[in-house]
Design a protein around this ligand. Structure first.
Ligand code: FES
Ligand code: FES
Length: 152
């Protein structure tokens, strides 16, 4: 049995310790906003926050989560920076198919929380692990720059 804090709510789940956090979120807690892409920490579709840091939930065993606060895309609108990121994503029509975008928003929110005025290099470092098959990278970059200029 593991007890974890997800989006401010405590959940106890009866799962093996090596079950990835992504599948606990999706299967046990029915939080399906975090997506499965590669399962190997290569695409970023499954990105969630642990104590505010972006992690790949597909390779994070539930046994490694402990008391760290898990935040998923379902809760990001309740984060001051995350709400602005979502709004800007919408205003600039960033998503295409949308599949990668919860991971993109989680990564961008973590970046802008740590560094409200990122350079292009900072953006590359923070976002390069989040793959978009639709090639929305220019819109993602524009949105992050707009948020930086808006003084997130
Ligand atoms: S599904 Fe986790 S990084 Fe691709
Ligand atoms: S919007 Fe389709 S994969 Fe990124």
């Amino acid at each position: 049995m593991y007890t974890l804090q997800v989006n401010g709510i405590s959940h106890t789940v009866d799962v093996p310790g090596d079950k990835p956090l992504l599948w606990v979120l999706r299967e046990n807690l029915k939080l399906t906003g975090s997506k499965y892409g590669c399962g190997q920490a290569l695409c970023g579709a499954c990105t969630v926050h642990l104590d505010g840091h972006p992690v790949r939930a597909c390779v994070t065993p539930i046994s490694a989560v402990g008391e760290q606060a898990v935040r998923t895309i379902e809760d990001i609108a309740y984060d001051a920076v995350g709400a602005k990121v979502q709004e800007t994503w919408q205003n600039l029509n960033v998503p295409q198919c949308g599949y990668c975008q919860s991971g993109q928003i989680m990564a961008a929110t973590a970046l802008l929380t740590d560094n409200p005025t990122p350079t292009d290099r900072d953006i590359d470092e923070a976002m390069s692990g989040n793959i978009c098959r639709c090639g929305t990278y220019p819109r993602i970059r524009r949105a992050i720059h707009k948020l930086a200029n808006g003084g997130v």
